[in-house]
Design a protein around this ligand. Structure first.
Ligand code: HEC
Length: 202
């Protein structure tokens, strides 16, 4: 294994010669073998941990965790919101709070109202016709109390008041957005919300 100095040439000098340049047949150094085997062991441990063990975590887990911590901080900053028209309008037009509302919507509402609000077995929230809603306060009321016999759950025991306000404001902000396969309008066409709400991509 030891490195041979050029002066003991002869016994391990290889017999080829290129333009007078000759080559010793020295063994690969032991540190090289060490690295080789260590990298194989590392790969095995790495694969076992990150792909097969339940103790590993993914960037998605880290992202979810960060997101949750972020919302906790944001909710702390909100204080107790009032479910009135002014608050709803503010939450509908503030991109940050709309984003928080959209994650609550994605987690609780899309199975019936669809990701884009076009409705599945729950009504379309993107059109101007509503069954239970005449005002923005009604949006909060229907989310809070539901209409259980008709299939709309009550959320008062499942979401905090602030969460209900944010998700109701988000649902209100979907009005006027374009849905991929909207359910036909149900109920009555109602007056526009008091101030225009910006609908990105709508
Ligand atoms: C299990 C299905 C289901 C889920 C989950 C659900 N909804 Fe509904 N939702 C309905 C149905 C059905 C109605 C219609 C009730 C009726 O006929 O009066 C409705 C009505 C509504 C209305 C009133 C629409 C109108 O035309 O009056 C709003 C607003 C609404 N839902 C928002 C939400 C929000 C926000 C969430 C999530 C927090 C949610 N819904 C979750 C089924 C659902």
């Amino acid at each position: 294994m030891a490195y041979r100095a050029p002066d003991d040439a002869g016994e391990n000098l290889m017999d080829h010669s290129y333009d007078g340049i000759q080559e010793y047949d020295n063994p690969t150094p032991s540190w090289w073998h060490g690295l080789f085997w260590a990298s194989i062991v590392f790969a095995a441990v790495y694969t076992a941990f990150w792909h097969f063990s339940e103790f590993s975590w993914s960037v998605h887990d880290m992202h979810r965790h960060q997101e949750a911590m972020h919302y906790k901080k944001l909710f702390g900053a909100l204080g107790d919101l009032k479910p009135d028209e002014a608050t709803m309008l503010k939450m509908m037009s503030d991109e940050k709070w709309r984003m928080v509302g959209s994650t609550i919507f994605a987690a609780n509402c899309t199975q019936c109202h669809a990701g884009d609000g076009g409705g599945i077995n729950g009504p379309n929230l993107t059109d101007d016709a509503y069954l239970n809603v005449r005002t923005l306060e009604d949006m909060y009321a229907i989310v809070t109390k539901g209409n259980v016999p008709k299939g709309m759950p009550a959320w008062e025991n499942r979401l905090q008041a602030n969460e209900r306000i944010l998700v109701a404001a988000y649902a209100a902000s979907l009005r006027g957005a374009r849905a991929a396969s909207p359910r036909p309008p149900e109920g009555e066409v109602i007056a526009p919300w008091p101030a225009a709400s910006p609908i990105p991509g709508g």
